[in-house]
Design a protein around this ligand. Sequence first.
Ligand code: BES
Ligand code: ZN
Ligand code: ZN
Length: 486
Amino acid sequence: MKPEIIKASQISPDQSVVCILGKDEIPEFLRLSKTEKEYALKQLREKEEHVFINSYLKCTYLVRVKDKSDDFRKKEDTRRAASVLKKLIRSNNHSELVITSHKAYKGAIEDFTEGFLLSIYSFEKYKTEEGDEKKRRYPSKLLIHGDADKLEIKWINILSDAVWFVRDLINEPVNHLNAAALASEILKSGKSSGFKVEVLNKGKIEALKMGGLLAVNKGSVDPPVFCILEWKPEKCVNKKPIVLVGKGIVYDTGGLNIKTGDYMDNMKGDMAGAAAITGAMYVSAKNNIPLHIIGLVPATDNRPGGNAYSQGDIIKMHNGMSVEIGNTDAEGRLILADAISYASKYKPELIINIATLTGSAAVTFGNQAIATMSNADRKYIDLLTECGNIVHERIGMLPFWEEYGEMIKSDVADIRNVGEGREAGAITAGKFLERFTKYPLIHLDIAGTGLLKKDDYYRLKDGPGSGLRLISTFIRKLAADYIKHK
Ligand code: BES
Ligand code: ZN
Ligand code: ZN
C-alpha cells in the first residue's frame, strides 16, 4: 500500500523524522539532546551523508545534501537518498514518518518524498506467503512538514500513483495480461481519472486495414486490440491535440525469427511504452491539465503460431504502404506505424511515440538515456531536454538524417521493416516510423531504460516505469507555456 500523504504543521516529540539539511547545522525543532547533536554534527563533518539517531521515543534521519552547482544533480541525489534509507526506515517499523528540511534547497522535501514513494514499490501480488521482511512495514503516513509546495506535493502524489500503476502493468506476465486484459486495465485507469477510452476489437482493426497490427497478431491465439484514449477538458489551450503512441506488445518472442539465448527475458515488458502513455493520460486527467491529448495503444503478443507472419511476407499498412518483412522480431514498428498513420485523423500538433523498440538503443546509451529522434520544432526538444533533466529521465539525441532512411529500402515493397545489417538499428527503426506521418514526430526508444535487470536506486528492476515522469512533466510544462504566451 502506498502511504497517505498529509500536511503537518507541527512535529510532536514522539514522531520520527527525516530532515534534509542544506548546512551542517541541526535545527532546534528536531529536539535532539546535546550529545545527539554533537554526534550528528561530527558525523556530518566527517562527510557522512546520512546520519541515523535512535532516541528513546523516536528516530531521526538526517540527510545532508551536498552543495553542487547543478540543481538537477541535487534533486536526483535527494531522491536517491530516500532509496538508500528505505531499508533502515522499514526496519524501524514507523507507522508515521515526518519529512522536513532545514536550510536545504527549495523542493528538497518534495524530491525526498518522490524518491521515497518511488523506492518502496514492490510487485508481490502473486506471493501467497508473507516473507519475514514483510512483517516490518513502511510508514502508512508521510507527514509533510515545512515549506513544501502544496501543488507540488499533489503532483508528486498523483505521479507516483501512476508510476506504481505503470510498474504493475509492466511486471504483470503475459499469462495474466494479454492484449484484451491490457485494454481493460486502460479502461479502468480512464474511469478512475476521467479520460475517455474506446477499445477497437479485431473486426474494427480489420475494417481500418491496420495491416501491421494484424500481421504481428497472426501467430497469436489472442485477438489484438487498438485503444484510443482521449483527454479533452472543457477549457483546452491547444487547438490541435498532442498524440501519444505507445508500443503494446504484451509479449515478444520474436515470432518466427524467434529470440534465442536469454533474449526473451523481460519480454513481458515489451508493452512498457503503452503503460507509460496510459500513466501520462492518468496524470494529465487527474491534474486537469488544460490540453487536448490523445493516446493510441496498438496491442498484441508476437508469437510463432501456425499462421504466424513470416520473413519475406509483404503486407499492406493502414496508410496503404507496402512493407517487406525482413525480420518478424522487428514487430514493434509495424504496430506503431499503423497507430502513427491513424493519428493523422486528428491533425496533431505533435506526435510522441514511446516504445521498447530496439536493442540498438540499449547498446548505444545503456540504461542512462532514452534514445530520442525527432523532426519536430527545436522548442519541443528543448522543453523535453529540460524535463528529462528535472525528473532524471534524460534524453539522448540520435541523428535523424535522411540517409538513414535509405537503409530500409526494399526491392519488392515500398519499405522494409529492417535494414540490411545491424548498423544504426535504433535510427532506422525511427526512420521507418517517420514514413507513416507528415506530422511532427518525437520518437522515444526506451529499450535501455524501460526494462532493468537490477534496481538502480528508486528505478526498480523489471519495469521502472521509464518515460512516464518525463512525458507527464513535458505535458504539464507545455500547458503552462501555452497559458503564459496566450
Ligand atoms: N522488443 C524488442 C527490443 C528490445 C530488446 C527491447 C531488448 C528491450 C530490450 C524489439 O521488438 C526487437 O526485437 N528488436 C530487434 C530488431 C531487429 C530484429 C532489427 C532488436 O533490437 O534486436
Ligand atoms: Zn521484437
Ligand atoms: Zn518488441
